[in-house]
Design a protein around this ligand. Structure first.
Ligand SMILES: [Zn+2]
Ligand SMILES: [Zn+2]
Length: 433
């Protein structure tokens, strides 16, 4: 009998073709209509109960959603590129999240796997040294590129689904496959968590190709060091006036924003751990001789723990309000994204490492890496842990052609079938606990 590792290897060609198809048609956060349509059809054909749209995405908690006009254009594009119009219609408003369930009918644990689907707002390199360009599968969408590897994650998810369905008789309990929109900018997980999609989950597994796992044929079973983060948009609204004839009648939004940008960088450090603040964008004013009545900032905070990040956010909000008051302008602050810190589960990481060593054929299995970044999978992990379940984030080793989010990004597609084999083994092992 062939092992799951061997069966996954047999899926290699189909996985590479799928990854390249997705790579060619990248979709930015909340607009993954074509990608989601493909996923839904595949999962239904494998016998999963598939929910998507408003059933699994709570509109109230969607962050950083494109405008209605942009969404409409993206829906139309998806259909013109082969998406099912009926499915796309049911994902209106950007609700592209999907949850697929496979019930075995046997007593056992509920094990969930989470995959992200969105691309980056990056223009892909068109030089021949870049393999996707040289081999004809570079992005056909302007300013959109799978430069983080989420095309690989979708591919892993669907192959895992196939392997799990083929081994249904060895499973117990329930399998849940979660396909999440808008990971970039940490916007999508929150809306799915608040639709309750992981409330019944005993074990949740998330993961990423590459990142800190940049050697081939390697697996890292536990990622620590997720920074909690919050993305804020601040809009200042003042009163415009003639800069020469009546400056005293104006209320200067530009000065409020500038003052805020500087003040935000003076928030105190925190004794309990590291913190970050960055004002990345400042736009203001309308003309040289007009007291500026509009200004906006895009900023983010981070913290080693959710508490430290919350401190940064409340200080940032206080300073924004104080700067608005100083110049007597109005202020509106909206949350554009966020992710919590995560409690690592070393014991679970060890258990998966032992399983991988027994069932898979990696050259190297390590149990720990520090992420030093943010991932909104943290919302899923936090909710599962709060409800007594356990959660883990893994990294699937691959050499990468350039850093994540770089226009030259590419990876070794062999990491895909290996990850799928690993997750299928995890499914069998943990549903039977
Ligand atoms: Zn990314
Ligand atoms: Zn990513």
């Amino acid at each position: 009998m062939t092992t799951i590792w061997e069966q996954a290897q047999g899926l290699r060609e189909e996985m590479v073709a799928r990854r390249r198809n997705l790579h060619q048609h990248p979709e930015t956060g909340w607009t993954e209509f074509r990608t989601a349509s493909m996923i839904i059809k595949e999962l239904e054909s494998l016998g999963y109960e598939v929910s998507f749209g408003a059933a699994v995405v709570n509109e109230e908690y969607m962050m950083g959603v494109p405008s209605q006009a942009d969404l409409a254009a993206y829906m139309e594009r998806a259909i013109s590129e082969g998406a099912d119009p009926e499915l796309v219609g049911k994902m209106a408003g950007g609700k592209t999240g999907i949850v697929a369930v496979l019930k075995t009918g046997k007593a056992g644990k509920t094990v969930a796997f989470r995959f992200d689907m969105d691309c980056n707002d990056v223009e892909e390199d068109k030089g021949d040294a870049h393999r996707p360009t040289a081999e004809g599968f570079a992005s056909c969408h302007k300013n959109a590129m799978h430069a983080c590897g989420h095309d690989g994650h979708v591919t892993i998810g669907l192959a895992t689904a196939k392997l799990i369905a083929a081994h249904k008789d060895e499973l117990a309990g329930t399998i849940k496959l979660i396909f999440q929109p808008a990971e970039e900018g940490v916007r999508g997980a929150y809306a799915m968590v608040n639709a309750g999609v992981v409330d019944d989950v005993d074990y949740l597994f998330g993961g990423h190709i590459g990142f800190k796992a940049t050697t081939d044929n390697a697996l890292i079973t536990m990622t620590d060091g997720f920074l909690a983060t919050t993305k804020l948009d601040a809009e200042f609204k003042g009163v415009s006036a003639h800069a020469g004839a009546a400056p005293e009648q104006g209320k200067n939004a530009l000065l409020a924003a500038c003052q805020a940008a500087i003040s935000l960088n003076t928030i105190s450090r925190h004794s309990q751990g590291s913190s970050r603040i960055n004002v990345g964008v400042l736009n203001a004013g309308t003309g040289r001789n007009v007291v500026p009545d509009i200004a906006s900032l895009k900023l983010e905070t981070r913290g080693a723990t959710t508490e430290i990040n919350n401190f940064m956010v409340s200080e940032a909000r206080r300073m924004l309000a104080a700067c608005a008051a100083m110049y007597d302008v109005e202020l509106k602050v909206t949350m554009a994204g966020g992710a919590p810190a995560c409690l690592p589960d070393a014991e679970l990481g060890h258990e998966v490492a032992e399983l991988a060593k027994a069932k898979c054929h990696y050259d190297e299995v390590s149990e720990y890496v520090d992420m030093g970044g943010s991932e909104d999978c943290g919302y899923f992990m936090e909710r599962v842990q709060q409800r007594g379940g356990r959660a883990l984030y893994m990294m699937y080793g691959t050499k990468i052609a350039a850093g994540h989010h770089n226009s030259h990004f590419d990876f070794n597609e062999d990491c895909l079938w290996k990850a799928a084999a690993t997750l299928a083994e995890v499914a069998i092992h943990f549903t039977n606990k």
